[in-house]
Design a protein around this ligand. Structure first.
Ligand SMILES: C[S@@+](CC[C@H](N)C(=O)[O-])C[C@H]1O[C@@H](n2cnc3c(N)ncnc32)[C@H](O)[C@@H]1O
Length: 299
């Protein structure tokens, strides 16, 4: 250790992540965010979290684990860890075939079911920097079905930093790899800071930080018509995935739809969801009370 001006000691040697320290960190973080970390992740943890051990003025990963559990600054540090360890890959109109199916085959049903209340809520869960939520809002506007309706698209993510980014709505080129010229012209404006989502789309979207593992205690959102939870649960343990699925089911309106990423099929075990085979995609629906009763009574 060396000492700097203030008299505090700075660690000089790079800490090594010992197997028992890895297990402690993996269990702590896995439990908090639901991700499955196996033995293969140990080297990645060591490489990515090592600078944080030093940045917190600590010497070992065991101390860092205690810091993440008990320090008054733990929430702040956990946010940094989530940003370091989780994948934030996203772009506008990702998996566009699904958004097309949503527009052509799901929205007509939702329009019919909600025609009296004229309200529609969609939710991009694990929205990263916001491109997915804005894409959903653009699809709602493009559909031309909801003039005069009260519509909102919620975007939530584990990472506060990504949510702050989403709220600004300003994006670089890599977010547009799947956006047509027409859509770019219709829904974006050029600003000095970059290409910004236009005001009409932004006004439909609301963003907030939310860990999907904490929905039970921390989230009052319910009666949602459509949830998009894409490319999020692939990283989760089977138990955590089941926990999140149950929370999504509760928050969907009866008759509401769940859209998952292309590699996240529920077909082998849809649980209480009803798989709906569309022309290009399979989505999942919360059955209505009436449908459940008919099923129970074998009608
Ligand atoms: C690969 S991005 C997917 C973004 C977008 N859904 C898409 O498909 O383009 C995964 C996002 O899930 C978020 N995420 C991971 N674990 C989460 C959790 N426990 N609660 C909420 N969001 C989580 C990450 O922060 C990240 O932004």
């Amino acid at each position: 250790m060396i000492s700097h001006g203030s008299g505090r000691s700075l660690p000089t040697e790079l800490p090594e992540l010992r197997p028992e320290e890895y297990r402690l960190l993996r269990d702590l973080l896995g439990e908090k965010i639901g991700h499955a970390f196996n033995e293969d992740h140990a080297r990645e943890f060591e490489r990515r979290l090592r600078p944080r051990v030093s940045a917190c003025g600590l010497s070992t990963f065991a101390e860092y684990h205690r810091h993440l559990r008990g320090s008054p600054k733990r929430e702040e540090e956990l946010q940094t860890v989530y940003d370091i360890l989780t994948n934030n890959e996203t772009y506008f109109f990702r998996e566009d075939y699904q958004l097309r199916s949503f527009r052509e085959e799901v929205l007509p049903r939702l329009e019919r079911d909600a025609r009296h209340r004229k309200q529609l809520t969609c939710w991009s869960m694990g929205c990263s920097t916001g491109e997915e939520a804005y894409s959903i809002a653009m699809v709602l506007l493009e559909s031309g079905r909801f003039d005069g309706w009260s519509m909102r698209v919620l975007g939530t993510d584990l990472s506060r930093k990504r949510i702050t980014f989403a709220r600004r709505g300003i994006y670089g080129e890599s977010s547009f790899r799947s956006t047509s010229k027409e859509r770019r012209g219709a829904f974006f404006v050029s600003t000095r800071a970059g290409t910004r989502v236009c005001a009409a789309v932004r006004s439909l979207c609301q963003f907030g930080q939310l860990n999907v593992m904490e929905m039970k205690n921390r989230c009052t959102i319910d009666q949602v018509d459509a949830v998009f939870c894409r490319n999020v649960l692939i990283y989760f343990t089977p138990q955590a995935r089941a926990h999140v699925m149950a929370s999504i089911f509760e928050r969907l309106r009866p008759g509401g739809f769940l859209m998952l990423g292309h590699s996240e099929s529920l077909l082998h075990d849809p649980g209480p969801f009803q798989p709906v085979h569309l022309k290009r995609d399979v989505v999942y629906r919360r059955p209505t009370e009436r449908e459940l009763r008919s099923k129970r009574e074998g009608i």
